[in-house]
Design a protein around this ligand. Structure first.
Ligand SMILES: [Zn+2]
Length: 129
């Protein structure tokens, strides 16, 4: 297909050139981006929206949890009752990952944890006296 024929088809609304990447696709009314560019634009918009509304979403989740705490914990209990070995299997499968995560957490919060342990020790000591 030469350039003149291509232009003719675009003018006759048989084909469209993508606004961003110059891909050519079949004409659809009001469609100006090819499917790949449309997907990329959509993903970028969603990413920006999620980033912008992070606090709002977390607040909504927290409010929902507070409102439906009993329902959620009951479901978790039912899931556990249905398959009590699930957690154990997961822990055995991911032992190294979990230990590494725990090690990093403890290294990061060592001072705070030791301070809390000292407080607990003195509380217990004062209570026994
Ligand atoms: Zn495109």
């Amino acid at each position: 297909m030469d350039e003149e024929e291509l232009l003719k088809k675009i003018i006759n609304k048989e084909l469209t050139i993508c606004e961003t990447c110059d891909n050519i696709f079949a004409y659809v009314p009001n469609k100006i981006f090819c499917s790949n560019c449309k997907r990329l634009r959509w993903n970028a918009q969603m990413r920006a929206s999620h980033k912008k509304n992070k606090n709002k979403r977390n607040t909504q989740k927290r409010v929902y949890y507070e409102k439906n705490k009993e329902k959620i914990t009951a479901q978790a209990r039912a899931d556990y009752a249905a398959n009590p070995e699930k957690k154990k299997i997961y822990r055995e499968k991911n032992r190294d990952k979990l230990n590494a995560r725990r090690r990093v957490h403890r290294e990061k919060n060592r001072d705070e944890m030791n301070a809390q342990k000292r407080v607990d020790y003195h509380k217990k000591k004062d209570a026994s006296e």
